[in-house]
Design a protein around this ligand. Structure first.
Ligand SMILES: C[S@@+](CC[C@H](N)C(=O)[O-])C[C@H]1O[C@@H](n2cnc3c(N)ncnc32)[C@H](O)[C@@H]1O
Length: 531
Protein backbone atom coordinates (compact mmCIF):
# COMPACT_ATOMS: atom_id res chain seq x y z
CA UNK A 1 0.00 0.00 0.00
CA UNK A 2 1.15 3.51 -0.70
CA UNK A 3 2.00 5.77 2.23
CA UNK A 4 -0.93 8.06 3.01
CA UNK A 5 0.24 10.27 5.88
CA UNK A 6 1.46 13.80 5.20
CA UNK A 7 4.02 13.71 7.94
CA UNK A 8 6.61 11.88 5.96
CA UNK A 9 10.13 12.80 6.85
CA UNK A 10 12.59 11.33 4.44
CA UNK A 11 12.42 9.89 0.96
CA UNK A 12 10.19 6.87 1.64
CA UNK A 13 7.42 7.77 -0.84
CA UNK A 14 9.99 8.40 -3.59
CA UNK A 15 11.78 5.13 -2.84
CA UNK A 16 8.53 3.24 -2.93
CA UNK A 17 7.54 4.96 -6.16
CA UNK A 18 10.89 4.21 -7.83
CA UNK A 19 10.45 0.54 -6.98
CA UNK A 20 7.01 0.28 -8.50
CA UNK A 21 7.34 2.52 -11.57
CA UNK A 22 9.66 1.73 -14.48
CA UNK A 23 12.78 3.78 -15.05
CA UNK A 24 11.51 4.39 -18.57
CA UNK A 25 8.39 6.11 -17.24
CA UNK A 26 10.42 8.13 -14.76
CA UNK A 27 12.81 9.23 -17.46
CA UNK A 28 9.94 10.23 -19.73
CA UNK A 29 8.82 12.76 -17.10
CA UNK A 30 12.30 13.47 -15.71
CA UNK A 31 11.32 12.12 -12.30
CA UNK A 32 14.57 12.40 -10.37
CA UNK A 33 13.74 13.16 -6.80
CA UNK A 34 15.23 15.59 -4.32
CA UNK A 35 16.98 14.07 -1.28
CA UNK A 36 14.99 15.02 1.81
CA UNK A 37 17.87 16.90 3.47
CA UNK A 38 18.21 19.08 0.39
CA UNK A 39 14.45 19.70 0.40
CA UNK A 40 14.66 20.77 4.07
CA UNK A 41 17.50 23.14 3.32
CA UNK A 42 15.63 24.76 0.44
CA UNK A 43 12.47 24.95 2.55
CA UNK A 44 14.34 26.84 5.26
CA UNK A 45 15.27 29.49 2.70
CA UNK A 46 11.75 30.14 1.45
CA UNK A 47 10.31 30.14 4.99
CA UNK A 48 12.82 32.91 5.71
CA UNK A 49 10.17 35.19 4.17
CA UNK A 50 8.28 36.04 7.32
CA UNK A 51 5.21 37.16 5.40
CA UNK A 52 4.93 33.84 3.57
CA UNK A 53 1.33 32.89 2.84
CA UNK A 54 1.44 31.30 -0.61
CA UNK A 55 3.84 28.73 -1.99
CA UNK A 56 4.25 27.22 -5.45
CA UNK A 57 5.91 23.94 -6.42
CA UNK A 58 5.84 23.92 -10.24
CA UNK A 59 7.00 20.29 -10.62
CA UNK A 60 5.29 18.60 -7.68
CA UNK A 61 6.19 14.92 -8.02
CA UNK A 62 5.36 13.32 -4.67
CA UNK A 63 5.54 16.69 -2.94
CA UNK A 64 8.83 16.38 -1.12
CA UNK A 65 8.96 20.15 -0.67
CA UNK A 66 5.37 20.43 0.55
CA UNK A 67 6.10 17.64 3.05
CA UNK A 68 9.15 19.50 4.35
CA UNK A 69 7.16 22.75 4.55
CA UNK A 70 4.38 21.07 6.54
CA UNK A 71 6.90 20.07 9.20
CA UNK A 72 7.18 23.77 10.01
CA UNK A 73 4.23 25.64 8.54
CA UNK A 74 0.81 24.03 8.58
CA UNK A 75 -1.14 26.98 7.23
CA UNK A 76 0.41 28.41 4.10
CA UNK A 77 -1.37 27.68 0.83
CA UNK A 78 0.62 25.39 -1.45
CA UNK A 79 -0.08 25.13 -5.17
CA UNK A 80 1.48 22.29 -7.12
CA UNK A 81 1.67 21.51 -10.86
CA UNK A 82 2.16 18.07 -12.31
CA UNK A 83 1.75 16.60 -15.80
CA UNK A 84 2.04 12.90 -14.97
CA UNK A 85 -1.34 11.48 -13.93
CA UNK A 86 0.31 8.49 -12.36
CA UNK A 87 2.44 10.39 -9.88
CA UNK A 88 -0.26 12.99 -9.35
CA UNK A 89 -2.67 10.34 -8.15
CA UNK A 90 -0.12 9.14 -5.61
CA UNK A 91 0.68 12.66 -4.50
CA UNK A 92 -3.01 13.36 -3.97
CA UNK A 93 -3.22 10.33 -1.72
CA UNK A 94 -0.37 11.66 0.40
CA UNK A 95 -1.97 15.09 0.72
CA UNK A 96 -5.54 13.87 0.94
CA UNK A 97 -6.18 15.44 4.33
CA UNK A 98 -4.27 18.63 3.66
CA UNK A 99 -6.89 21.08 2.42
CA UNK A 100 -4.32 23.84 2.01
CA UNK A 101 -2.37 21.92 -0.62
CA UNK A 102 -3.80 22.02 -4.09
CA UNK A 103 -2.16 19.96 -6.85
CA UNK A 104 -3.38 20.42 -10.42
CA UNK A 105 -2.91 18.29 -13.51
CA UNK A 106 -1.51 21.06 -15.71
CA UNK A 107 1.65 21.97 -17.54
CA UNK A 108 3.38 24.67 -15.51
CA UNK A 109 4.84 26.48 -18.51
CA UNK A 110 1.48 27.19 -20.10
CA UNK A 111 -0.44 28.04 -16.95
CA UNK A 112 -0.48 30.28 -13.90
CA UNK A 113 1.29 33.27 -15.46
CA UNK A 114 -1.05 35.65 -13.68
CA UNK A 115 -0.29 34.46 -10.12
CA UNK A 116 2.45 35.65 -7.78
CA UNK A 117 3.81 33.71 -4.78
CA UNK A 118 5.63 34.43 -1.53
CA UNK A 119 7.65 31.24 -1.90
CA UNK A 120 8.54 29.10 -4.92
CA UNK A 121 10.40 25.86 -4.47
CA UNK A 122 11.26 23.45 -7.23
CA UNK A 123 13.25 20.60 -8.69
CA UNK A 124 12.27 21.13 -12.32
CA UNK A 125 12.28 18.49 -15.06
CA UNK A 126 15.36 18.61 -17.25
CA UNK A 127 15.01 17.74 -20.88
CA UNK A 128 17.15 18.85 -23.74
CA UNK A 129 14.86 20.94 -25.78
CA UNK A 130 15.19 19.28 -29.13
CA UNK A 131 13.57 16.15 -27.69
CA UNK A 132 10.70 18.21 -26.50
CA UNK A 133 7.90 20.32 -27.88
CA UNK A 134 10.08 23.40 -27.86
CA UNK A 135 8.52 25.85 -30.28
CA UNK A 136 5.37 26.48 -28.28
CA UNK A 137 7.33 26.87 -25.04
CA UNK A 138 9.89 29.23 -26.50
CA UNK A 139 7.04 31.29 -27.92
CA UNK A 140 5.38 31.45 -24.51
CA UNK A 141 8.60 32.66 -22.90
CA UNK A 142 9.20 35.18 -25.63
CA UNK A 143 5.71 36.60 -25.31
CA UNK A 144 5.64 36.69 -21.54
CA UNK A 145 9.22 37.56 -20.64
CA UNK A 146 10.43 39.23 -23.84
CA UNK A 147 13.30 36.77 -23.94
CA UNK A 148 14.30 34.99 -27.14
CA UNK A 149 15.93 31.74 -26.07
CA UNK A 150 17.48 29.38 -28.58
CA UNK A 151 16.37 25.85 -29.32
CA UNK A 152 19.15 24.23 -27.29
CA UNK A 153 17.75 25.56 -24.04
CA UNK A 154 16.93 22.96 -21.45
CA UNK A 155 13.44 22.89 -19.95
CA UNK A 156 14.69 23.49 -16.41
CA UNK A 157 15.88 26.97 -17.31
CA UNK A 158 12.42 27.85 -18.64
CA UNK A 159 10.89 26.78 -15.31
CA UNK A 160 13.47 28.87 -13.50
CA UNK A 161 12.89 32.02 -15.51
CA UNK A 162 9.13 31.76 -15.21
CA UNK A 163 9.35 31.29 -11.45
CA UNK A 164 11.53 34.33 -10.87
CA UNK A 165 8.89 36.28 -12.77
CA UNK A 166 6.19 34.99 -10.38
CA UNK A 167 7.83 36.08 -7.12
CA UNK A 168 5.92 38.51 -4.91
CA UNK A 169 7.68 41.42 -3.23
CA UNK A 170 9.92 39.87 -0.50
CA UNK A 171 9.17 36.46 -1.99
CA UNK A 172 11.85 33.81 -1.93
CA UNK A 173 12.57 31.04 -4.40
CA UNK A 174 14.77 27.96 -4.14
CA UNK A 175 15.58 25.83 -7.16
CA UNK A 176 17.73 22.76 -7.50
CA UNK A 177 18.98 22.45 -11.08
CA UNK A 178 21.81 20.90 -13.09
CA UNK A 179 24.84 23.21 -13.00
CA UNK A 180 25.20 22.94 -16.75
CA UNK A 181 23.62 26.25 -17.70
CA UNK A 182 26.18 28.12 -15.60
CA UNK A 183 28.88 27.03 -18.02
CA UNK A 184 27.18 26.40 -21.32
CA UNK A 185 26.31 28.45 -24.36
CA UNK A 186 22.58 28.10 -23.93
CA UNK A 187 22.92 29.40 -20.38
CA UNK A 188 24.17 32.83 -21.43
CA UNK A 189 20.74 34.31 -22.05
CA UNK A 190 19.39 32.73 -18.90
CA UNK A 191 22.21 34.31 -16.90
CA UNK A 192 21.63 37.58 -18.68
CA UNK A 193 17.99 37.54 -17.54
CA UNK A 194 18.92 36.55 -13.98
CA UNK A 195 21.35 39.45 -13.80
CA UNK A 196 18.76 41.81 -15.18
CA UNK A 197 16.12 40.99 -12.59
CA UNK A 198 18.73 40.96 -9.75
CA UNK A 199 16.88 38.37 -7.68
CA UNK A 200 19.60 35.72 -7.48
CA UNK A 201 21.31 35.65 -4.07
CA UNK A 202 23.19 32.35 -3.77
CA UNK A 203 24.60 29.80 -6.19
CA UNK A 204 25.56 26.64 -4.29
CA UNK A 205 27.32 24.16 -6.51
CA UNK A 206 27.70 20.54 -5.48
CA UNK A 207 31.06 19.01 -6.09
CA UNK A 208 30.75 16.98 -9.24
CA UNK A 209 31.64 13.77 -7.45
CA UNK A 210 28.61 14.15 -5.23
CA UNK A 211 25.74 12.54 -7.13
CA UNK A 212 22.74 14.32 -5.70
CA UNK A 213 20.20 12.60 -7.92
CA UNK A 214 20.53 8.84 -7.81
CA UNK A 215 19.84 7.98 -11.42
CA UNK A 216 20.53 11.21 -13.23
CA UNK A 217 23.86 11.85 -14.83
CA UNK A 218 24.11 15.47 -13.92
CA UNK A 219 25.71 17.84 -11.44
CA UNK A 220 23.49 19.88 -9.21
CA UNK A 221 23.31 23.43 -7.93
CA UNK A 222 20.95 25.06 -5.49
CA UNK A 223 19.93 28.54 -6.54
CA UNK A 224 18.35 30.84 -3.96
CA UNK A 225 16.43 33.97 -4.96
CA UNK A 226 14.86 36.82 -3.03
CA UNK A 227 12.73 39.65 -4.36
CA UNK A 228 14.00 42.12 -1.77
CA UNK A 229 16.31 45.12 -1.58
CA UNK A 230 19.50 43.29 -0.61
CA UNK A 231 20.95 43.61 -4.09
CA UNK A 232 24.67 43.56 -3.31
CA UNK A 233 25.28 40.54 -5.55
CA UNK A 234 25.47 36.78 -5.76
CA UNK A 235 27.37 34.58 -3.34
CA UNK A 236 29.00 31.47 -4.80
CA UNK A 237 29.52 28.44 -2.58
CA UNK A 238 31.00 25.03 -3.31
CA UNK A 239 29.40 22.11 -1.52
CA UNK A 240 31.61 19.08 -1.19
CA UNK A 241 29.12 16.76 0.48
CA UNK A 242 25.43 16.96 1.29
CA UNK A 243 26.30 17.05 5.01
CA UNK A 244 27.72 20.53 4.56
CA UNK A 245 24.19 21.81 4.13
CA UNK A 246 23.89 21.80 7.93
CA UNK A 247 26.54 24.44 8.34
CA UNK A 248 25.22 26.39 5.39
CA UNK A 249 21.88 26.58 7.12
CA UNK A 250 23.38 29.04 9.61
CA UNK A 251 24.60 31.17 6.77
CA UNK A 252 21.25 31.49 5.08
CA UNK A 253 19.54 32.12 8.40
CA UNK A 254 21.63 35.24 8.85
CA UNK A 255 20.53 36.62 5.46
CA UNK A 256 20.22 39.54 4.55
CA UNK A 257 23.46 40.01 6.46
CA UNK A 258 26.21 38.77 4.16
CA UNK A 259 29.90 39.34 4.39
CA UNK A 260 31.67 36.97 2.17
CA UNK A 261 34.71 37.02 0.03
CA UNK A 262 32.69 34.97 -2.44
CA UNK A 263 30.13 37.68 -3.01
CA UNK A 264 30.28 38.97 -6.57
CA UNK A 265 28.40 42.18 -7.34
CA UNK A 266 25.81 42.20 -10.12
CA UNK A 267 27.87 44.66 -12.12
CA UNK A 268 30.90 42.36 -11.99
CA UNK A 269 29.02 39.24 -13.11
CA UNK A 270 29.30 38.56 -16.82
CA UNK A 271 26.58 36.49 -18.49
CA UNK A 272 28.78 35.52 -21.42
CA UNK A 273 31.55 33.78 -19.46
CA UNK A 274 31.45 30.39 -17.75
CA UNK A 275 30.43 31.09 -14.17
CA UNK A 276 32.79 28.39 -13.00
CA UNK A 277 35.25 31.30 -12.87
CA UNK A 278 33.34 32.59 -9.81
CA UNK A 279 33.25 29.38 -7.80
CA UNK A 280 36.28 27.36 -8.81
CA UNK A 281 39.94 28.04 -8.86
CA UNK A 282 40.94 28.68 -12.48
CA UNK A 283 43.97 26.63 -13.43
CA UNK A 284 44.93 28.92 -16.30
CA UNK A 285 45.79 31.59 -13.71
CA UNK A 286 48.86 29.58 -12.70
CA UNK A 287 50.41 29.89 -16.15
CA UNK A 288 51.73 32.77 -18.21
CA UNK A 289 51.85 33.45 -21.94
CA UNK A 290 48.69 31.58 -22.78
CA UNK A 291 47.02 32.08 -26.14
CA UNK A 292 43.69 30.91 -27.61
CA UNK A 293 43.66 27.29 -28.68
CA UNK A 294 42.28 28.46 -32.04
CA UNK A 295 45.65 30.11 -32.82
CA UNK A 296 46.79 26.59 -33.67
CA UNK A 297 43.77 24.61 -34.70
CA UNK A 298 40.11 23.88 -34.52
CA UNK A 299 38.01 21.14 -32.97
CA UNK A 300 34.93 19.78 -34.73
CA UNK A 301 32.82 16.83 -33.80
CA UNK A 302 33.26 13.46 -35.48
CA UNK A 303 30.95 12.03 -38.13
CA UNK A 304 27.33 11.61 -37.03
CA UNK A 305 25.54 8.95 -39.08
CA UNK A 306 22.08 9.13 -37.51
CA UNK A 307 21.91 5.32 -37.56
CA UNK A 308 25.16 3.71 -36.46
CA UNK A 309 23.86 0.14 -36.57
CA UNK A 310 23.02 0.57 -40.21
CA UNK A 311 26.06 2.53 -41.37
CA UNK A 312 28.84 0.74 -39.48
CA UNK A 313 30.45 -2.39 -40.84
CA UNK A 314 32.84 -5.04 -39.65
CA UNK A 315 34.63 -7.30 -42.13
CA UNK A 316 32.14 -10.11 -41.62
CA UNK A 317 29.16 -7.78 -42.05
CA UNK A 318 30.73 -6.50 -45.29
CA UNK A 319 31.07 -10.11 -46.49
CA UNK A 320 27.52 -10.91 -45.51
CA UNK A 321 26.12 -8.02 -47.55
CA UNK A 322 28.81 -8.34 -50.20
CA UNK A 323 29.91 -4.70 -49.83
CA UNK A 324 33.32 -4.15 -51.38
CA UNK A 325 36.08 -2.01 -49.83
CA UNK A 326 35.55 0.81 -52.31
CA UNK A 327 32.14 1.39 -50.68
CA UNK A 328 33.52 1.37 -47.16
CA UNK A 329 35.24 4.17 -45.29
CA UNK A 330 37.76 3.12 -42.62
CA UNK A 331 36.46 4.66 -39.44
CA UNK A 332 36.73 4.33 -35.66
CA UNK A 333 33.21 3.83 -34.37
CA UNK A 334 33.77 3.19 -30.65
CA UNK A 335 36.26 4.81 -28.30
CA UNK A 336 36.97 1.48 -26.53
CA UNK A 337 38.59 0.26 -29.75
CA UNK A 338 41.36 2.78 -29.29
CA UNK A 339 43.86 2.33 -26.50
CA UNK A 340 46.96 4.39 -25.86
CA UNK A 341 47.88 7.75 -27.32
CA UNK A 342 49.00 6.62 -30.77
CA UNK A 343 46.68 4.97 -33.23
CA UNK A 344 48.83 3.33 -35.87
CA UNK A 345 48.08 1.45 -39.09
CA UNK A 346 49.04 -1.79 -37.31
CA UNK A 347 46.44 -1.14 -34.62
CA UNK A 348 43.83 -0.58 -37.28
CA UNK A 349 44.77 -3.85 -39.02
CA UNK A 350 44.44 -5.62 -35.68
CA UNK A 351 40.90 -4.27 -35.20
CA UNK A 352 39.99 -5.49 -38.68
CA UNK A 353 41.27 -8.93 -37.79
CA UNK A 354 39.21 -8.93 -34.62
CA UNK A 355 36.15 -8.22 -36.77
CA UNK A 356 35.44 -4.92 -35.04
CA UNK A 357 33.16 -2.37 -36.66
CA UNK A 358 35.78 -0.20 -38.31
CA UNK A 359 34.07 0.85 -41.52
CA UNK A 360 31.24 3.09 -42.58
CA UNK A 361 28.98 2.49 -45.52
CA UNK A 362 30.09 5.11 -48.06
CA UNK A 363 28.56 4.76 -51.47
CA UNK A 364 31.12 5.28 -54.21
CA UNK A 365 29.76 2.90 -56.79
CA UNK A 366 26.04 2.96 -57.26
CA UNK A 367 26.29 0.37 -60.02
CA UNK A 368 27.02 -2.43 -57.57
CA UNK A 369 23.99 -4.61 -57.01
CA UNK A 370 24.89 -5.27 -53.39
CA UNK A 371 25.07 -1.52 -52.70
CA UNK A 372 21.66 -1.00 -54.27
CA UNK A 373 20.29 -3.82 -52.16
CA UNK A 374 21.76 -2.42 -48.96
CA UNK A 375 20.24 0.99 -49.67
CA UNK A 376 16.89 -0.70 -50.30
CA UNK A 377 17.24 -2.52 -46.98
CA UNK A 378 17.80 0.84 -45.28
CA UNK A 379 14.67 2.26 -46.88
CA UNK A 380 12.67 -0.76 -45.89
CA UNK A 381 13.81 -0.26 -42.29
CA UNK A 382 13.00 3.46 -42.63
CA UNK A 383 16.56 4.47 -41.85
CA UNK A 384 16.04 7.20 -44.48
CA UNK A 385 13.35 8.78 -42.28
CA UNK A 386 15.53 9.31 -39.22
CA UNK A 387 16.23 12.84 -38.03
CA UNK A 388 19.72 13.14 -39.56
CA UNK A 389 19.34 10.94 -42.63
CA UNK A 390 16.14 12.70 -43.68
CA UNK A 391 18.03 15.97 -43.90
CA UNK A 392 20.70 14.59 -46.25
CA UNK A 393 20.60 14.22 -49.99
CA UNK A 394 20.77 11.38 -50.80
CA UNK A 395 19.85 10.13 -47.33
CA UNK A 396 22.70 7.57 -47.24
CA UNK A 397 25.44 10.10 -48.00
CA UNK A 398 27.93 10.77 -45.20
CA UNK A 399 29.05 14.08 -43.76
CA UNK A 400 32.20 15.23 -45.49
CA UNK A 401 34.99 15.18 -42.96
CA UNK A 402 38.55 14.31 -43.77
CA UNK A 403 40.48 12.26 -41.21
CA UNK A 404 42.01 14.52 -38.57
CA UNK A 405 45.58 14.14 -37.31
CA UNK A 406 44.45 14.19 -33.66
CA UNK A 407 41.37 12.94 -31.86
CA UNK A 408 40.12 13.94 -28.47
CA UNK A 409 37.69 11.97 -26.33
CA UNK A 410 34.25 13.44 -25.62
CA UNK A 411 33.63 12.02 -22.13
CA UNK A 412 36.43 11.77 -19.59
CA UNK A 413 37.03 10.91 -15.99
CA UNK A 414 40.69 11.82 -15.65
CA UNK A 415 41.15 14.82 -17.90
CA UNK A 416 41.13 14.97 -21.67
CA UNK A 417 42.47 12.07 -23.67
CA UNK A 418 44.23 12.92 -26.94
CA UNK A 419 45.12 10.41 -29.63
CA UNK A 420 47.49 10.87 -32.52
CA UNK A 421 45.69 9.41 -35.54
CA UNK A 422 48.74 8.09 -37.39
CA UNK A 423 46.58 5.64 -39.35
CA UNK A 424 44.81 8.62 -40.90
CA UNK A 425 41.32 7.22 -40.65
CA UNK A 426 37.95 8.79 -39.92
CA UNK A 427 36.01 8.75 -36.65
CA UNK A 428 32.44 8.88 -35.42
CA UNK A 429 31.27 11.29 -32.72
CA UNK A 430 32.89 9.17 -30.02
CA UNK A 431 35.90 11.43 -30.61
CA UNK A 432 36.13 15.04 -31.70
CA UNK A 433 38.55 15.85 -34.55
CA UNK A 434 41.39 18.32 -34.09
CA UNK A 435 42.62 19.96 -37.30
CA UNK A 436 45.71 22.13 -37.27
CA UNK A 437 45.78 25.34 -39.29
CA UNK A 438 48.30 25.86 -42.09
CA UNK A 439 50.80 27.62 -39.83
CA UNK A 440 50.92 24.93 -37.19
CA UNK A 441 50.74 21.79 -39.33
CA UNK A 442 54.54 21.57 -39.30
CA UNK A 443 54.48 21.66 -35.48
CA UNK A 444 52.11 18.72 -35.08
CA UNK A 445 54.56 16.67 -32.96
CA UNK A 446 55.35 19.56 -30.62
CA UNK A 447 51.66 20.37 -30.42
CA UNK A 448 50.75 16.77 -29.63
CA UNK A 449 53.59 16.44 -27.09
CA UNK A 450 52.03 19.42 -25.32
CA UNK A 451 48.56 17.85 -25.41
CA UNK A 452 49.93 14.81 -23.59
CA UNK A 453 51.11 16.86 -20.61
CA UNK A 454 49.33 17.58 -17.36
CA UNK A 455 49.86 21.29 -18.00
CA UNK A 456 47.56 21.11 -21.02
CA UNK A 457 44.98 19.01 -19.18
CA UNK A 458 44.93 21.41 -16.25
CA UNK A 459 44.35 24.39 -18.50
CA UNK A 460 41.70 22.63 -20.61
CA UNK A 461 39.91 21.57 -17.45
CA UNK A 462 38.83 25.16 -16.85
CA UNK A 463 36.46 24.67 -19.79
CA UNK A 464 34.97 21.29 -18.96
CA UNK A 465 31.32 20.47 -18.40
CA UNK A 466 30.71 18.39 -15.34
CA UNK A 467 28.28 15.52 -15.20
CA UNK A 468 27.47 13.64 -12.00
CA UNK A 469 29.69 10.89 -10.71
CA UNK A 470 32.99 12.44 -11.72
CA UNK A 471 32.32 12.43 -15.44
CA UNK A 472 33.43 15.39 -17.57
CA UNK A 473 32.32 16.27 -21.04
CA UNK A 474 33.93 18.55 -23.58
CA UNK A 475 31.97 19.85 -26.55
CA UNK A 476 34.12 20.97 -29.49
CA UNK A 477 33.56 24.60 -28.60
CA UNK A 478 34.67 24.08 -25.01
CA UNK A 479 38.09 23.23 -26.40
CA UNK A 480 37.96 25.88 -29.12
CA UNK A 481 37.40 28.49 -26.44
CA UNK A 482 40.14 27.16 -24.18
CA UNK A 483 43.63 28.55 -23.74
CA UNK A 484 46.96 26.86 -24.32
CA UNK A 485 50.62 27.76 -24.05
CA UNK A 486 52.18 29.86 -26.77
CA UNK A 487 54.29 27.30 -28.62
CA UNK A 488 56.09 30.09 -30.49
CA UNK A 489 57.85 31.06 -27.26
CA UNK A 490 59.66 27.74 -27.02
CA UNK A 491 63.26 28.14 -28.09
CA UNK A 492 64.94 25.75 -30.50
CA UNK A 493 66.89 24.00 -27.79
CA UNK A 494 63.81 23.25 -25.65
CA UNK A 495 61.87 22.21 -28.72
CA UNK A 496 64.56 19.70 -29.58
CA UNK A 497 64.52 18.31 -26.05
CA UNK A 498 60.73 17.99 -26.06
CA UNK A 499 60.67 16.27 -29.45
CA UNK A 500 63.34 13.85 -28.38
CA UNK A 501 61.49 12.90 -25.21
CA UNK A 502 58.29 12.65 -27.21
CA UNK A 503 59.81 10.25 -29.77
CA UNK A 504 61.12 8.05 -27.00
CA UNK A 505 57.80 8.11 -25.20
CA UNK A 506 56.00 7.10 -28.39
CA UNK A 507 58.42 4.24 -28.88
CA UNK A 508 58.00 3.06 -25.29
CA UNK A 509 54.20 3.18 -25.46
CA UNK A 510 54.01 1.31 -28.75
CA UNK A 511 56.34 -1.37 -27.41
CA UNK A 512 53.81 -1.96 -24.64
CA UNK A 513 55.85 -0.44 -21.84
CA UNK A 514 54.90 3.23 -21.64
CA UNK A 515 57.58 5.21 -19.85
CA UNK A 516 55.55 7.94 -18.17
CA UNK A 517 58.64 9.55 -16.66
CA UNK A 518 59.34 10.83 -20.18
CA UNK A 519 55.97 12.56 -20.21
CA UNK A 520 56.74 14.02 -16.81
CA UNK A 521 60.00 15.35 -18.20
CA UNK A 522 58.12 17.00 -21.08
CA UNK A 523 55.67 18.42 -18.57
CA UNK A 524 58.52 19.85 -16.50
CA UNK A 525 59.86 21.71 -19.51
CA UNK A 526 56.45 23.31 -20.14
CA UNK A 527 56.14 24.16 -16.45
CA UNK A 528 59.55 25.81 -16.44
CA UNK A 529 58.75 27.93 -19.50
CA UNK A 530 55.17 28.90 -18.69
CA UNK A 531 54.96 29.43 -14.94
C1 LIG B 1 12.56 16.35 -11.19
S1 LIG B 1 10.93 15.81 -10.73
C2 LIG B 1 10.80 16.56 -9.15
C3 LIG B 1 9.76 15.94 -8.26
C4 LIG B 1 9.72 16.47 -6.84
N1 LIG B 1 9.34 17.86 -6.76
C5 LIG B 1 11.07 16.28 -6.16
O1 LIG B 1 11.79 17.25 -6.04
O2 LIG B 1 11.41 15.16 -5.78
C6 LIG B 1 9.97 16.80 -11.80
C7 LIG B 1 8.47 16.54 -11.77
O3 LIG B 1 7.81 17.47 -12.63
C8 LIG B 1 6.84 16.82 -13.43
N2 LIG B 1 6.77 17.60 -14.69
C9 LIG B 1 7.47 17.41 -15.84
N3 LIG B 1 7.16 18.35 -16.74
C10 LIG B 1 6.23 19.16 -16.15
C11 LIG B 1 5.52 20.32 -16.58
N4 LIG B 1 5.72 20.81 -17.80
N5 LIG B 1 4.66 20.89 -15.73
C12 LIG B 1 4.47 20.39 -14.48
N6 LIG B 1 5.11 19.30 -14.02
C13 LIG B 1 5.99 18.69 -14.85
C14 LIG B 1 7.36 15.40 -13.59
O4 LIG B 1 6.33 14.48 -13.83
C15 LIG B 1 8.06 15.16 -12.25
O5 LIG B 1 7.20 14.55 -11.32
Amino acid sequence: MFVTKIKIIGNEPEKEYAQTVSLEHRKKFAQFFTPYVVAEFMTEWILGNKQLKTVLDPAFGLGIFARAIREIDKNCLINGFEIDKNILYKAKEIFEKDLNTNIVFKDYIFNDWGNRYDGIICNPPYFKFHDYDNKAMLKEIEEKLGLKLNGFTNLYTIFLLKSTYQLNKNGRAAYIVPSEFLNSDYGKLVKFYLLKNKLLRYVMVFDFEENVFDDALTTASILLFANDDEKSGVEFINIKTIDELNSLQKKIRSYPIRKSENLVSFSELKPEIKWRAYYQKQNAKHFKNLVPFTNYGKVVRGIATGANDYFTFSKSKAEKFNISEKNLLPCITKSVDVCGSFFTKDKFEELKKQDKSVYLFKVNDLQEKSVINYIAKGEMEEINKRYLTASRNPWYSLEKRSPSPIWVSVFNRNGLRFIRNEANISNLTTFHCIYLNMFSKSKVDLFFAYLLTNVSKEIFNDNRREYGNGLNKFEPNDINKALMVNLDLINKEDEKKILNLYKNYRKSELSGNANTSLLEAINDIFVSIFT
